[in-house]
Design a binder for this molecule. Structure first.
Ligand SMILES: C[S@@+](CC[C@H](N)C(=O)[O-])C[C@H]1O[C@@H](n2cnc3c(N)ncnc32)[C@H](O)[C@@H]1O
Length: 353
């Protein structure tokens, strides 16, 4: 659900003939799977201390020697690893982002979650979504994504950690352009394990935070705050945001949440935030904004994926505005992503009437 937020302007252009480019696209799933397998086997962590042979890595991972050697060489083909001498494998700076402690943020769990059944199987039914205009998740998994995650806690956990991977990067972008010091109670709705909220609280030393998400996600969130010395400034609340959300925030945050829902659900969620919020309070949305001009944008891909995975949508500026005005909010301004931003989401500054 997250990989398509990538901002293409940070990728160096590669000159390849058109048909070769198309072949790369057709076979692009192989690259996704190689990156996912390198992450699952923790090869970046295992190579962080220095070069290893395939036999050493096979022993460390319990993998089949031939299979692992093929994976290592495939990973050299996409630039994650190099083989500087026969059978001596070295991590590249690109592959180093798959280490669990990579800075400024690890992409380890994002690489894994993209290849889990919950994310991967619905993609194989994309054309069904295009034909019937509905999510393919129910057909692929037998239930909607959040219900599936409730029944598959391991996948749910890796999904939450993957959101943390991307939110760590986005938190740095947000605090660089949005003044958080004026807020005293920041409530992150659908905030996953709290990586974004932790980043916001660090930039607002006087504020207290409330993290709200599904109870099974909230049950896994505590370590994020204890690791950063923020546990005494945060309240962890589990619940259903279609029922109610925690009250009295002067800043509510919704990152990558409204995009998961159709207009009827998004309106219900916004109405619950409005009911809970102080008059005059702020809402910060971190979401895609779909261009209306006929121009290429990563948001078109994400818009399609949102429909396929969860029946959601990326909204245009006008669609955001209409939804917000109808629920008692006013869209003040949209701060577009910097050209150097890793993820092409905007900041939507919103006022609660
Ligand atoms: C795409 S994730 C975004 C997570 C986080 N805001 C971020 O960007 O890192 C959507 C979040 O909404 C939560 N969620 C989905 N349905 C929910 C519900 N009914 N009530 C509360 N949270 C819900 C999910 O558990 C998930 O953490």
């Amino acid at each position: 659900m997250s990989s398509t937020y990538a901002n293409p302007s940070v990728t160096a252009p590669v000159e390849v003939p058109p048909a070769a480019r198309l072949i790369q696209m057709i076979l692009g799933y192989q690259v996704t799977q190689v990156v996912g397998a390198v992450a699952r086997l923790d090869l970046a962590d295992r190579l962080a201390a220095g070069p290893r042979s395939s036999a050493e890595l096979a022993e460390a991972t319990g993998a089949d020697l031939d299979g692992l050697t093929r994976l290592l060489r495939a990973a050299t083909g996409v630039g994650l690893i190099t083989e500087d001498k026969p059978d001596r494998f070295v991590l590249t700076p690109l592959g180093a982002f798959l280490a669990t402690d990579a800075q400024p943020a690890s992409l380890h769990d994002l690489a894994i979650v993209t290849t889990t059944p919950g994310q991967w199987l619905p993609c194989g039914r994309l054309v069904e979504t295009v034909m019937n205009g509905r999510s393919s998740t129910r057909a692929a998994l037998g239930k909607e994504l959040w219900d599936y995650y409730q029944d598959h806690p391991e996948e749910d956990a890796v999904f939450s950690r993957s959101m943390g991977n991307t939110s760590a990067i986005k938190a740095a972008e947000v605090v660089a352009c949005y003044d958080l010091t004026r807020f005293s109670r920041i409530i992150d709705i659908g905030g996953s394990q709290g990586v974004l909220l932790a980043g916001l609280l660090e930039a607002a030393p006087k504020a207290r935070g409330v993290l709200f998400d599904r109870p099974e996600v909230i049950a896994t969130a505590h370590p994020v705050f204890t690791a950063r010395g923020l546990a005494d400034r945060v309240e962890l609340v589990g619940g259903d945001f279609f029922t109610e959300v925690p009250p009295d925030g002067d800043l509510y945050v919704l990152k990558s949440v409204l995009q998961n829902w159709d207009d009827a659900h998004a309106s219900r969620l916004l109405a619950n935030c409005h009911r809970a919020a102080r008059p005059g309070s702020s809402l910060l949305m971190i979401e895609g904004v779909l261009p209306t001009a006929p121009e290429p944008s990563p948001m078109h891909l994400l818009n399609l994926l949102m429909l396929m995975q969860v029946g959601g949508r990326i909204r245009t500026r006008e669609q955001h505005q209409t939804l917000l005005e109808a629920t008692g909010y006013h869209l003040q301004q949209i701060i577009p992503p910097q050209p150097s931003a890793y993820f092409a989401q905007s900041l939507l500054e919103v006022h609660r009437r």
